[in-house]
Design a protein around this ligand. Structure first.
Ligand code: ADP
Ligand code: MG
Length: 742
């Protein structure tokens, strides 16, 4: 008998060579093989009669090969096959298919699947490039006993699973091998989902699910099969999602069990916050601060993700949180993904916080080493209260006297969604100090580790992660299921929605004219050049060339600046500051300005070759304008051919300013794997679930996982909980490819 954990090599028909090929597909065990689901099904129980076919439909046809042959046209060889059912005939064509030449023999039974079309000349129906499967040799489907034989077959007379071929392993091969594995599968598969959860969702048994998902019962709804909504699919999908969510919930609980700092939030602290506020916070800002302050007051460490669309005002919320920590005598680290952004935070922090007497330092990689050393001493001695920096804070061992709060801004720009996993440092730290440092993990991402050795019980600092990439809720649940979520869903008052237009670049004179008018009205403009896929060099060249053209010719009478990643820090800083002060009217830039840059007087954003940008990036760039009271305009200029997806991205930008809608579409266009480069990002790799399609099941899984961990109770026994946890741990690594949970 096969167990799910049995190596796949022990399935009859799989030798070491094939096992190797399967391993390449991530199939190592019998369980993996049985989770290799059909990507569609063919209804060969009721295949279509050739005479009933209609042009335009997708159809499965089972028939007999009549004749076939290759004929050459001027442009390419075409292979033609005629299939018959009694007197009805259907023609199939394959282009450039010399390889099919000796494939068919008259009399063979064959199953075809494809789109039925009408030949424009002969008006006869045909299928072009159908998928096909040879079902049997001549005589197989002959008149006598054909039906009986067919019913016994795995290929015909039933709903047939179609698997994706891999190398030489055909769909048909998978069908047989999976069938063999099922036939020899142990009858008692362990059930690790608690009975109450199964009852809530009406889940069938694991064994029934495995059988039915591959070999549907005759009465099964074909529609439900194709949309992965049969009871078998639901059982398998929920199963996968449930144990991921269980792990994430457990992580959350464990974090809450750690020792944190219970910051006091009394009248004095409240007054301190009030004193620095340059404007009335929005209702959303108030609500979010309350959520953050609530966490900070608890005796366990905060792990909170703050999502807020570009321009929603996250910075001030971060400063408010910082004041809570500082007023309690702790230090705060604020990290940004780029030097420009770190610098900008530093300027705003000085503007907003320094008057109130807070001591702020900026620590970035490009500082001179003497200066760095001095700043680090300030931090280590506890003089610096708010430390603003880039990754340098992580990469170099910066020692904090008393770290209380770590804020990570614009998290999505760190390249990967680093999991902020606080790990104890192994006793090599200096007395009474704590460092923030990166720790390599299995996924190659950074983690922050912090440790305070002042007391016997080291308290973990609070962590607030901020992102402007609105993460669709389904993705947030899987990626950040262990974080608490706050959302800034309101823009500060007085903003008028940005107007976005898409124009071809031969219209550029009009665009430049428009910029001129806006500048004459006292506003400023950005002109951005795209990242040309992985080629920073050409991006740079394009931006520089454009800068020459704009500053030298088109806007020779205006002040035009250039900003790109290769400028040294001081120059970058200088350019940025000049733009901020209004000394530059037009800023030509690469995507370095994508994130965080805040110049409310800028009202125009021209993006050249907009069709080459990703949707998230376009939205981020557009977020640089519309930050003041004046109406703002985003011009998407396109050059050359635009792909279908490219067009959808542009359309979406023109249609909506809503970051969440844009993120949903982006996720849909790119798929969850691409969305964040999720493979390294701690995103589980699902075998059967699809978080877009299965969003509802994911919500249910999260809900049920939390309920299980809240037990034991009348519904869920402690044995059930421990069985579920054992299963979760076993899967967490092997199946989901995730780093351990504690
Ligand atoms: P983001 O969330 O993109 O980081 P910022 O924090 O940079 O947004 O804020 C965008 C702009 O809005 C800044 O100029 C900021 O000063 C301003 N702002 C933020 N909150 C408010 C508010 N409640 N009222 C008025 N202006 C605000
Ligand atoms: Mg910001």
């Amino acid at each position: 008998m096969l167990e799910l954990s049995t190596p796949v090599q022990y399935v009859k028909g799989v030798g070491p060579r094939i096992a190797e090929a399967l391993a390449g597909k991530g199939i190592h065990t019998v369980g993996d093989l049985l989770h290799y689901l059909p990507f569609r099904y063919e209804d060969r129980l009721n295949p279509r009669g050739i005479s009933e076919l209609r042009a335009g439909e997708m159809a499965t046809v089972v028939g007999e090969v009549r004749n076939s042959g290759l004929f050459r046209t001027r442009s390419m060889p075409i292979f033609q096959l005629t299939v018959g059912q009694g007197r009805a005939k259907l023609r199939c064509l394959w282009f450039n298919a010399t390889y099919l030449q000796d494939k068919f023999v008259p009399g063979q039974m064959i199953a075809l699947y494809g789109k039925v079309e009408e030949d424009p000349r002969s008006r006869e129906l045909q299928i072009i490039q159908p998928q096909f499967e040879i079902l049997g040799e001549p005589g197989y489907g002959g008149d006598n006993g054909a039906e009986k034989k067919a019913a016994e077959s795995l290929e015909i007379g039933r709903i047939v699973p179609i698997y994706e071929a891999t190398g030489r392993l055909t769909p048909r091969w998978f069908r047989r091998i999976i069938r063999t594995a099922l036939d020899n599968l142990t009858p008692d598969l362990p059930e690790a989902i608690p009975a109450a959860v199964r009852a809530h969702l009406g889940l069938i048994s694991p064994r029934a699910a495995l059988w039915n998902v591959h070999w549907p019962e005759p009465g099964e709804s074909f529609e439900a099969l194709q949309t992965s909504r049969t009871p078998a699919h639901i059982r398998m999908i929920f199963d996968e999602l449930f144990f991921v969510e269980l792990g994430l919930e457990l992580k959350r609980q464990q974090q809450k069990a750690q020792t944190g700092i219970a910051f006091r939030l009394d009248e004095r602290v409240r007054a301190a916050i009030k004193k620095i506020l340059p404007f009335h916070p929005t209702a959303a800002q108030k609500r979010v601060l309350k959520e953050i302050a609530g966490d900070m007051g608890k005796p366990y460490p905060m792990r909170r993700l703050l999502q807020g669309d570009v321009g929603s005002g996250k910075t001030i919320v971060a400063f408010e949180a910082a004041i809570i920590a500082i007023e309690n005598g702790f230090q705060v680290a604020l990290m940004a993904p780029t030097e420009i952004l770190a610098q900008q935070h530093y300027f705003s922090a000085r503007r907003i916080l320094e008057n109130a007497g807070y001591r702020i330092v900026l620590l970035t990689g490009s500082l001179e080493s003497d200066r760095k050393r001095e700043i680090r001493r300030h931090i280590a001695q506890g003089n610096a209260q708010l430390v603003i920096g880039t990754h340098a804070l992580l990469e170099e061992k910066v020692e904090f006297a008393k770290p209380g709060l770590v804020i990570v801004d614009e998290q999505h720009r760190f390249g990967v969604m680093q999991r902020l996993k606080l790990m104890k440092k192994s006793g090599d730290g200096e007395e009474g100090r704590a460092t923030l440092r990166p720790t390599g993990s299995e996924t190659g991402s950074h983690t922050i580790s912090a440790q305070s050795q002042c007391s016997a019980e080291p308290a973990e600092p609070d962590v607030l992660v901020m992102t402007a990439t609105p993460i669709p809720r389904t993705l947030a649940l899987t990626l950040y299921g262990d974080l608490d979520l706050s959302v800034l869903d309101e823009l500060p008052p007085g903003r008028t929605p940005i107007i976005t237009k898409c124009v071809a670049d031969d219209q550029s004179p009009k665009v430049w004219e428009f910029i001129r008018k806006q500048v004459a009205a006292g506003h400023q403009a950005y002109v951005v050049y795209p990242v040309i896929a992985e080629n920073e060099e050409s991006e740079l060249k394009a931006a520089i060339k454009m800068y020459r053209e704009l500053s030298g010719k088109i806007f020779a009478d205006l002040k035009v600046g250039l900003l790109h990643g290769r400028l040294d820090a001081e120059l970058k800083d200088q350019v940025m500051r000049m733009f901020q002060k209004g000394e530059l009217q037009i800023l030509v830039a690469t995507t370095v300005i994508e994130v965080g840059v805040d110049v409310p007087n800028a009202t125009v954003m021209v993006i050249e070759h907009a069709e080459r940008f990703g949707l998230a990036q376009l939205h981020q760039l557009r977020g640089r304008i519309g930050r003041g009271a004046a109406k703002s305009y985003c011009v998407l200029m396109t050059g050359g051919k635009i792909s279908e997806d490219g067009q959808r991205r542009l359309d979406a930008m023109v249609k909506t300013n809503d970051g969440f809608q844009i993120a949903e579409l982006d996720l849909e266009l790119r798929g969850p794997g691409e969305f964040f480069g999720t493979r390294q990002a701690g995103m589980p790799s699902f075998r059967v679930a699809n978080i877009i399609r299965d969003a509802q099941l994911l919500e249910a899984a999260k809900h049920e996982a939390a309920a299980v961990l809240a037990g034991p109770n009348a519904e869920i026994s402690s044995e059930e909980i421990s069985r579920a946890l054992v299963q979760m741990r076993a899967r967490w690594h092997h199946t989901y490819g995730l780093v351990e949970v504690g």
